[in-house]
Each structure stands twice: as C-alpha cells, then as structure tokens.
Design a protein around this ligand. Sequence first.
Ligand code: NAP
Length: 504
Amino acid sequence: MSTKTTIPPTVFVIFGGTGDLNARKLTPALYNLFLDGWLPAQFAIIGTGRSKLTDEEFRTNLLADVNQFSRSGKAKKEAWDKFAPHINYQVADVKAPEAYEEFGQRIAGFEKEWNAPANVIYYLAVAPEFFPIIATGVAKSHAGTDPARVRIVIEKPFGHDLESARALNQLLAEHYEERQIYRIDHYLGKETVQNIMAFRFANAIMEPLWNRNTIEHVQISVTEQLGVGERTGYYDGSGALRDMIQNHLLQLLCLVAMEPPVNFTADEVRNRKVDVLRAMRRFTPEMVRESAVRGQYGPGWIEGKQVPGYREEKDANPTSSTETFAAVKFFVDNWRWQGVPFYLRTGKRLHRSASIITIQFKDVPHVIFPAETVEGWRKNRLVISIQPEMSIRLQVQAKRPGLDMMLNTVDMVFDYQGTYTNETPEAYETLLLDTMLGDQTLFMRGDQVEEAWDLVMPILTSWQNRPSLSFPNYSADSWGPEVAEALVARDGFHWFTLPLNGKK
Ligand code: NAP
C-alpha cells in the first residue's frame, strides 16, 4: 500500500534462500522492485540454506529463476549486472546458534560499508517447524538493536490450529513487538483485493447499498484447476479448510464485510477486520453438519489430459480423508449483515481456476414489465474478479435495442487491462515493499489469525472426528461435489461462475 517513499538502508535476509518460494516469488519480486526504482542503493540480500553455494553460484541460480518466473520476462543483462552484486549467500543451518552470529557479522559489515545503520528484515521462507527456532535465534542476535530496525516476516501457514497459532503468537510476543511481526497472507497483496477497499470506501454510492437491506447474499469462490501434484506430504496434513478458508477466503470476507475504518492506517484497518471475525457466528456441531461440506477429487480428464485422483497422487495416502474441497455458509452477526449468508468455497482440480467475489443484490420490489419481456431477468450482481481476470462488473438490466421491449442483463465493466496500461505488480512485490517501508496494513495481526482459527476449529474438529465415507466425491474438471450445490440450492441460490473472457 505504498506511495513512493524512500526506503532506508536495508538488509533482507531470506531463510530458505535455496527454496521454491524464493525462486518463484521472492527474488523475482525483489528484482522487479529494483527495476522499478524502489530499492535504495544501500540494499543487500542475504540468502541462506544448508546447501553449499558461493555467492556467484547462488546468483546464477537466481538469474535462472528470474528468467523463468519474473513478470517482466527474462532479465536484461545490464539490469541484472547491476542487481546481482546486492545478492549474497550464506551457508547456515537454522538450528546452529552460530548461524545468527554470522548474520550479525555480515550485517555489521554492510553497515560499516554504508556508514549507516541498516533496517534488517528476516523472511522465514522455510517449513513452519523452523519458525520458533529462527524467531528466537534472530531475537537473541539483536538483543541490543532498536526494535524499529528489525522485522520478521512469517510465511503461511501460521499455526496448524488455534492452539499452535496461539503458541506461535506467544513465542513471537516474548521476543518482538507486534509492529515488528509481518504475517503474510499473499492474497492481501493482490491488486484487485486492495481495490476492494478503494471501491467500497472511496465511492459514496456504495455505502448506502452495502448492507442487509439491499444485499441478498455474498459468495467468495476460489477455485483451482491444479491438483496437489507433488505436495501431498504438506497437503495431507492440511486440507482445503486450513489451507485456503482459514486465511485467504476469510480475509476476503473481512474486506467485504468490514465497517469503514477511521483512517487508512494499519491498526485502524486491522481493527475493523478483526471486528468482522469476532462478529461471525460460531458453529455448533449441528451447524457444522448443516453449513459446512467437503469433497475430495477423484480421477478425471482436464483439457484432454487424464489426471489422477487425490488418493493416487505421488506419495499420497490411498485412504486419505483429507478434503481437497470445502464450502461453508457463514453469518456475520451484526447490524449491517444480520441474516445475509456468506458462502465460501474453494477446491482443487475444479473446472477452472478463478477467484471471484459475488455480491448478489435483492430483486426489485415489483416487476412492472410483462412476463414475455423479462426472460433474461437477473437480480443485480456486483462481481469482483480477482484472478485470472482482474475486473469489477456490475450486472444490470437493460433494454435490448429494437422496436419491441425486451430486457436482458448487461455488464458495466471496470477492466484493469482496458483501463490501465501500466503492468500490475505481483502480490509479493507489494508485500515485500511494505515490509521495507514498515507498513503493516496488508499483514495479519496476531489477534486476526487467532479469531480466524477459533472460527473454523469446530468444523476441523468435527471433520477430523467423522472421516467422510463418500470420498472421493467429485471428479476432476467438475465444480465440486453435489453436496456443495445442495448447500446453496437449499437457500434458493446457485454458485456463480464468471463466463470465460467475461462474455455472456
Ligand atoms: P522448500 O522449497 O522445501 O524450501 C525449504 C527451504 O528451507 C530450502 O531453502 C532449504 O534449504 C531450507 N532449509 C530446510 N532445512 C533447513 C535448515 N535446517 N537450515 C537452514 N535451511 C533449511 O519450501 P518452500 O516451498 O520454499 O516453502 C517455504 C515456506 O513458504 C513454507 O512455510 C511454505 O508453507 C511457505 N509457502 C510456500 C509457497 C510456495 O509457493 N512455495 C507458497 C506459500 C507459502 P537447504 O535445502 O539448502 O537447506
């Protein structure tokens, strides 16, 4: 959420420097920030891992990653040659206490060279089991440093359940102030997601409509065509509810449902978001049965290619009861949203990859047109498409051109590609820049994470205690299990999908 401000001298330490996240997201994001002129001259990256690499070898590996994954395409030699000297590598086992002393020495070296104190950002792109040991090691090595100059970025997943999230928060709180902790939910860095707040709070026409008087229900749907692939090891202990709903989808819900913050500062925005989570109706076991459904994909065909079912994926447990699909009906018990259902669904191996928020408005109180003119009649809808299409569409009724009176639905479209010519930054660019600028607006505060876990725990517990007998219950390339259709159909609705290319 940055406006062009100067970043102070900064050292960016990446734990997991040799890992997948750094290769695909972090270094390409830092490189693009460099190209766009955001990074200061006094800037150093220290990548770490146990792999034995020299600075030069590490740079060569990262160049290949940038060439493959950067939104700006293959790196131009001249630009890369300027960027590469900022990259350093240090062999380190995070379990070894001396590793943190070695970082300290390198950081001190940069400060001496720059003749200025540096802000230090530690990015934990490693398995969650290492979060506590790194957080403790870093804190000890910075015992005398001004807290304003040390930040720690924690990747997803933040905890496995409420208890573990609380324990991690407690450990972090022993060593850091909340203003030093950046809990990543990369969805919050996406352009279209940031735009939800602009759309809601910078336009006077929205607020009077944005409540139970005019809105019938809300859908938040994040569907993926990909399966788990080779990530079964991680995914089998997680599942769709933990992996997607507890964090990304509930964060989207918060942005849709939050009250206007007093101002656009990190704490005000995060206060209003946590209010939403606190107001959400807690589940009884009975409600879990009625309002939460799950699925697991079986084999099928996607775009002419045969794909395995979840239980047949590489290294999968052939009797796994992990859900690869989840759909849940939530309620927000406050004045604005009383009685308005929020349906959230997510799943893998579905027909198409798309992230869409649909605000379904109520119908007009009385239809004045004869039945034969309103064949294509649809209640107004606002569709916020996050990916792959980046757009906001308002669906309204209009008269079709012609001598007769025929109504149909048309889209008023705000399309990023048609409106803006500048390239959209990747979510990680926004988020990494914000860590350097010290802006926490797009990061999760500890209490937000715990409220979100608290909300989903009854569903997790109930599903764990009652493994599904019907898995697999949807085939690849479908829109999920029938129970998910039934969840919304019982209330008279159906799941909304955006037509390809947005065309109707
Ligand atoms: P990964 O490819 O398996 O990389 C793990 C990294 O940890 C490697 O760099 C490895 O380096 C390092 N490592 C392991 N044990 C170590 C030790 N004892 N000491 C020092 N370094 C050690 O994992 P990843 O996919 O990058 O994921 C990293 C984190 O980001 C995870 O928490 C994951 O949930 C999260 N995340 C990843 C993605 C993604 O797209 N990949 C997306 C969202 C969140 P060496 O082998 O060289 O030691």
